[in-house]
Write a protein that binds this ligand. Structure first.
Ligand code: BTN
Length: 256
């Protein structure tokens, strides 16, 4: 699908949102796979479900890149979330162990969020024309605003500071490798790896949907991203993104 030789990276001191800027650019010009916009600060960083993304200037990795997964059917697009999350975890694991992927594609360390991913797939004639992959990875920020749910950074975990650009290069290299694996039909391998580091991947935990709070375990994730939970009484429930909340033991606060 994509080849990564020397990715073109546009570094900006500040922008509204790298996803927004990349989307605007793609509307007016053709850009090569892995064309990337990275910034030190976003004035209107965007998160999932219309939330914002907050990050202290110059401390974290904030970037968006484009891929052209034209051979992935829109109803199988969850594989893109999987490879993006794995590309990041593979880099983080060079520095520390214990990172997990919280369905569908947040990266967690011990019930705290270190990375958020915003993938925007642009469809054309029932095909994915291109995907804008936006990543906010907390690296060197040591203090977060109190009203943020449960953030953590790599430096808070290890006590070290990191070269943000080096981490960016690593994530892009990995993403290119996983895109090639998609081409080589290694989807089963990707699924196995994703399942292995899935947050709450094994055993029963508390969840909440629009009707109740319940204990359940993750049984499966379908190629379109539907999460299948089995309750303690054996009942199976299927959830799309945003339809179920993970309840954390530690704080008793829910987070989607
Ligand atoms: C989430 O809500 O978890 C997703 C957050 C995604 C944030 C990144 S930061 C770089 C890129 N530009 C944005 O505006 N959002 C994404």
């Amino acid at each position: 699908m994509n080849v990564l030789l020397q990715p073109s990276i546009l570094f900006l001191d500040e922008t509204q949102s790298t996803n927004t800027l990349l989307k605007e650019k793609l509307q007016s010009e053709k850009l090569p796979p892995f064309f990337t916009i990275s910034t030190a600060f976003q004035s209107s960083g965007r998160g999932q479900r219309g939330n914002g993304w907050n990050s202290q200037k110059g401390k974290n990795l904030l970037f968006s890149t484009v891929i052209y997964p034209t051979n992935i059917a829109p109803n199988k697009q969850f594989i893109l979330s999987q490879i993006v999350a794995l590309s990041i975890v593979d880099v983080l694991e060079e520095y520390n162990k214990g990172f997990e992927i919280k369905w569908p594609n947040d990266i967690y360390y011990r019930e705290k969020k270190i990375c958020g991913i915003l993938i925007e797939n642009i469809l054309n004639n029932d095909k994915i024309d291109y995907s804008i992959i936006g990543i906010g990875l907390n690296i060197n920020q040591s203090k977060f605003r109190k009203n943020l749910p449960n953030p953590i950074s790599l430096c808070q975990i290890t006590g070290q500071t990191y070269n943000i650009n080096e981490i960016l290069q690593g994530v892009l290299q990995n993403l290119s490798k996983y895109c090639n694996n998609l081409n080589r039909d290694k989807i089963a391998e990707i699924n196995t790896k994703y399942r292995k580091i899935l947050f709450h991947g094994d055993g029963y935990y508390f969840y909440a949907d629009s009707k109740s709070t319940f204990k359940a375990k993750i049984i499966d994730i379908e190629p379109n991203g539907t999460l299948i939970l089995q309750r303690t009484n054996g009942t199976l429930s299927r959830y799309l993104f945003k339809e179920v909340k993970f309840l954390f033991e530690q704080s008793h606060l829910g987070t989607f």
